[in-house]
Design a protein around this ligand. Structure first.
Ligand code: ADP
Ligand code: MG
Length: 683
C-alpha cells in the first residue's frame, strides 16, 4: 500500500524521462496513475468484415496473413511494408510505413486482430498502420488513454498493470464501507480499478465505471456538504446598522434589471443574518454581475465593514476597479486597487489604507490580495472567477479577519440539476435576465468554403473602426504545442494574405501572463485590429469595440465553450457577429452549431448541449476540477446522482465530520479530492 504513494519513478519501467511526462499529467505516484482513466476503449470483441467497414474510419478486423510482400524503398528514410490478409470473405492489404518490426512479427497463416484506418476502393481495401494483436493472446477491450506527447497508450497500459499489482484484495484504500457497497450494489475499489483499466467484458467495465462514478460523486458531495456545515457553525454580527441603498441605486448610470435587484436582495438578506454568506452569483456574460457586487460592497461599507473584490488577472482587476469607482463615487466611496505590477511604494500606501480602515473597498488580483494584505475589518470577500467554477477556487476562498461573507461570481451557465450537486456548499443566485437594449449577437455556421467571404466581411468592419477575434485551436490539451504552432502559422497566413493591411496580435496559452496582459491591453486600447488566439482569450475582458469573432473548427468545441467565446463580442452598442467555421459532415455537430445560431441564452445552450450530447464532455476542457467519472455521471446518469445524494445525506447525518473509524478512508479521500483540486479548504 505504501508503494502506491511513492514517486512514480519507483514503478518498474518508469525512468526519469517518463516520470517527467507523467508529472505533466499531474501523475506523481502509482496511486495517481490508477486514477488516470482511459478516454475510450478499442473493442476487439466484435470485429467486422473489411468490406463492411466505412472507408476512412477505424475498424477492427480479424484476419489471417496470407502473404508478405517485399519492402518498397521509396526514398531514403521512407519504406513501405505490405502484407496481404484475408478476413474469410475478402483479401485486403495491410500497410506499414517505416515500421519493419510489426511487419516482421506478423506471420503467415496466423490469425490477428488488426485495428486501423480503412482506405482503398470497394474492390480492394487497405488498412493503414494498424495496431495488431494475436488472436489467442488478445485483450478484447483495450483502454486508450488521453494522449500526451511521448506517452503512448501502450506504455501507460504496461505501467498500469504494475500499479494495479500494488493493490491488495482487501485494500485499505477502500473508501466505501461494506454496507454502502451492498446497499447500492457496488463493486470494491480494487475490482473497479482493475475493471476500468483491464476490463474482461463490457459488463465488468460498466460495473467498474458505475462504482467509480458513485465514489467521485459521493466524495464530492461529502466535501461540499462538510464545507457548508463548517461555515454554518460561526455566529457573526449581522449588518443591520444601515440598510438603505437608495443613494447607490440612484447613482447608477442605468436602472437595474429585475434579476439584478432580486440578486441584491438575496445578498442583503445574507449580510443581515448571523451566518456568513456562501453564495454563488451565476450570470451569463454581460448580465451585469459587477453592479450587484458593487451593491454588496456599498452595503457593507455603510455598515462599517470592508470588502474586497478579487479577479484572476491584473487586467480584469483594473477593469473592475474602474467600474467600482464609477458606481461607488456617487455615495462617496473611493475604492483602491492592488496588483502585482504596482510599484512597491504604491503598494505600501494602498496596503496601509486598507490596514487602517481609511478605505472600505479594495480591488485586486487573488495573488496579491491573499499574500500579505492586512485588513482592519474585512467582512465581505467577492471573487470573480469568470468562467471557472472549480472546487479549488471555492475551497480556497481567503479567510481573513474572522469569517467573512463570501460571494463567488461565475459566468458559466450550468443546468440547475447539475448546479445543485456541483455547488452543494453554496447558495445559488442566478441572473437570468440581460440588461435591456442589448443587440443579440448574430451567429452563422458556415463551411470553410465561405472563409474568404467571411474575411471580406471582417475587413469591412475593421475599416469601419471595429475589431475582431479570430480563434483557431484544437481543444485537446495534449495538442497544445500544435495549437500554438497552428495559431502562429494562422496569424502568419493572415498577415501575409487577407489581412496584410491590418494590425494583428497573437495570444496563446504558453505566453507569460505579463505578455498576455500586454496583448490584451493592446487589444483594448485599439492598438490591434485583430487578435488571433487559441481558447485562452481572457474571459471577461471587455473590448466593447470588438464586434466579430470567427471560430475555426467550431465543431471541436463544446457549446458552453463556444458560448463563452462568443461572449467576447456584443459588449458594446454595435451589432456583433459570431462566425462558426466547420467542415464537419457530422449531422450531430451541425445540429449543435445550429443551436448556437438559434439562441444566445447560456442556460438554454447548456441544457441543449446536455440533452444532445448526453454523457461526454459537456464541461469542455474548462478548469473546473470536476473528476472525470463524475462528469459522465452528471451528464448522463441521473439515478446514480440521486443515489449519491441520498448516501451523502445519510452518512453525514450519522457522522457530520466523518470522524468514525469506518469512515477514515472516506474522509482521507474527500480531503485528497479537494486538495488535488487546489488548496486544502477543508482543513
Ligand atoms: P458580467 O456579468 O459579464 O460581469 P458586467 O457587470 O461587466 O457583466 O456588465 C456588462 C455591461 O452591462 C457593463 O457595461 C455594465 O455597465 C452594463 N450593465 C450592467 N447592468 C446594467 C443594466 N441594468 N442596464 C444597462 N446596462 C447594464
Ligand atoms: Mg464580469
Amino acid at each position: 500500500m505504501n508503494e502506491l504513494f511513492q514517486s512514480i519513478e519507483t514503478l518498474p519501467g518508469v525512468g526519469a524521462a517518463r516520470a517527467a511526462k507523467y508529472k505533466k499529467l499531474g501523475i506523481a505516484t502509482p496511486f495517481d496513475l490508477l486514477y488516470h482513466f482511459p478516454r475510450t476503449y478499442i473493442d476487439y470483441s466484435s470485429p467486422i468484415y473489411i468490406s463492411d467497414a466505412e472507408p476512412m474510419t477505424q475498424a477492427v478486423v480479424r484476419c489471417t496473413v496470407t502473404k508478405k510482400m517485399h519492402p518498397q524503398y521509396i526514398r531514403k528514410g521512407f519504406t513501405i511494408y505490405k502484407l496481404i490478409a484475408t478476413d474469410g470473405i475478402s483479401d485486403f492489404t495491410i500497410v506499414f510505413y517505416n515500421n519493419p518490426y510489426t511487419h516482421q512479427a506478423m506471420q503467415i497463416d496466423r490469425e490477428y486482430y488488426v485495428y486501423g484506418k480503412v482506405t482503398g476502393g470497394m474492390l480492394h481495401r487497405e488498412m493503414q498502420s494498424p495496431q495488431i494483436q494475436k488472436v489467442e493472446q488478445a485483450v478484447l477491450l483495450q483502454p486508450v488513454y488521453p494522449q500526451t506527447t511521448g506517452l503512448t497508450s501502450a506504455m501507460i497500459r504496461t505501467n498500469m498493470q504494475k500499479a494495479l499489482s500494488y493493490l491488495s484484495c482487501e485494500s485499505t484504500m477502500e473508501t466505501l464501507t461494506d454496507a454502502l457497497q451492498e446497499q447500492y450494489d457496488l463493486c470494491s475499489l480494487t475490482d473497479a480499478l482493475y475493471g476500468v483499466h483491464m476490463p474482461n467484458s463490457t459488463e465488468q467495465l460498466a460495473a467498474a465505471r458505475r462504482r467509480l462514478a458513485f465514489e467521485e460523486l459521493l466524495l464530492f458531495q461529502l466535501g461540499t456538504r462538510m464545507l457548508r456545515t463548517r461555515a454554518k457553525v460561526h455566529n457573526i454580527e449581522p449588518m443591520s446598522k444601515d440598510t438603505d441603498l437608495q443613494a447607490y441605486y440612484q447613482g447608477l448610470p442605468f436602472a437595474l434589471t429585475g434579476a439584478q435587484q432580486a440578486a441584491i436582495d438575496d445578498i442583503l438578506r445574507d449580510l443581515c443574518s448571523n451566518q456568513p454568506m456562501n453564495r454563488l452569483l451565476q450570470g451569463d456574460v454581460g448580465s451585469g454581475k459587477t453592479a450587484v457586487a458593487a451593491a454588496a460592497c456599498a452595503f457593507a461599507a455603510k455598515n462599517g465593514v470592508q470588502s474586497v473584490l478579487m479577479a484572476p488577472t491584473e487586467i480584469l482587476a483594473q477593469q473592475h476597479y474602474h467600474t467600482l469607482c464609477n458606481f461607488l463615487a456617487p455615495i462617496g466611496l473611493t475604492p483602491v486597487l492592488l496588483t502585482g505590477s504596482m510599484r512597491a511604494k504604491e503598494k505600501r500606501e494602498v496596503k496601509s489604507k486598507i490596514a487602517n480602515g481609511e478605505t472600505m473597498v479594495a480591488v485586486g488580483t487573488h495573488a496579491v490580495i491573499q499574500k500579505d494584505t492586512q485588513f482592519q475589518n474585512l467582512g465581505l470577500v467577492i471573487t470573480d472567477e469568470q468562467h471557472r467554477f472549480g472546487v479549488a477556487q471555492r475551497a480556497a476562498l481567503a479567510e481573513k479577519g474572522g469569517v467573512p461573507h463570501k460571494l463567488v461570481m461565475s459566468a458559466t451557465p450550468i443546468p440547475r440539476t447539475l448546479a445543485l450537486i456541483i455547488y452543494g456548499d453554496l447558495d445559488v443566485t442566478v441572473l437570468n435576465e440581460m440588461p435591456k437594449g442589448r443587440l443579440p449577437i448574430e451567429t452563422f455556421a458556415v463551411t470553410g468554403g465561405y472563409r474568404e467571404r467571411a474575411y471580406g466581411f471582417i475587413r469591412q468592419h475593421l475599416d469601419a473602426g471595429e475589431q475582431a477575434y479570430l480563434v483557431c485551436a484544437m481543444i485537446e490539451e495534449s495538442e497544445q504545442m500544435e495549437n500554438i504552432q497552428a495559431a502562429e502559422s494562422y496569424a502568419e497566413t493572415l498577415r501575409n494574405g487577407a489581412f496584410a493591411a491590418y494590425r494583428i496580435g497573437l495570444l496563446h496559452g504558453k505566453m507569460k501572463s505579463a505578455e498576455k496582459e500586454r496583448v490584451m491591453a493592446d487589444m483594448k486600447a485599439h492598438n490591434l485590429d485583430i487578435l488571433v488566439c487559441t481558447t485562452v482569450v481572457e474571459v471577461g475582458v471587455d473590448v466593447p469595440n470588438a464586434t466579430i469573432i470567427l471560430i475555426e473548427n467550431a465543431d471541436r468545441f463544446g457549446l458552453a465553450q463556444l458560448h463563452q467565446l462568443r461572449g467576447r463580442v456584443g459588449r458594446g452598442t454595435q451589432q456583433s457577429y459570431c462566425i462558426l467555421v466547420t467542415d464537419s459532415k457530422n449531422e450531430e455537430s451541425r445540429e449543435r452549431l445550429k443551436i448556437m445560431s438559434r439562441t444566445t441564452n447560456g442556460f438554454t445552450i447548456a441544457e441543449e448541449d446536455l440533452k444532445l450530447r448526453g454523457p461526454g464532455d459537456f464541461f469542455g476542457n474548462a478548469q473546473h476540477g470536476i473528476p472525470p467519472m463524475m462528469q459522465t455521471a452528471l451528464t448522463g446518469d441521473m439515478p446514480l446522482v440521486a443515489q449519491t445524494q441520498n448516501a451523502a445525506a445519510q452518512i453525514l447525518a450519522a457522522d457530520p465530520f466523518l470522524t468514525k473509524p469506518e469512515h477514515n478512508s472516506m474522509k482521507l479521500a474527500v480531503y485528497r479530492l479537494f486538495a488535488k483540486n487546489g488548496e486544502n479548504g477543508l482543513n
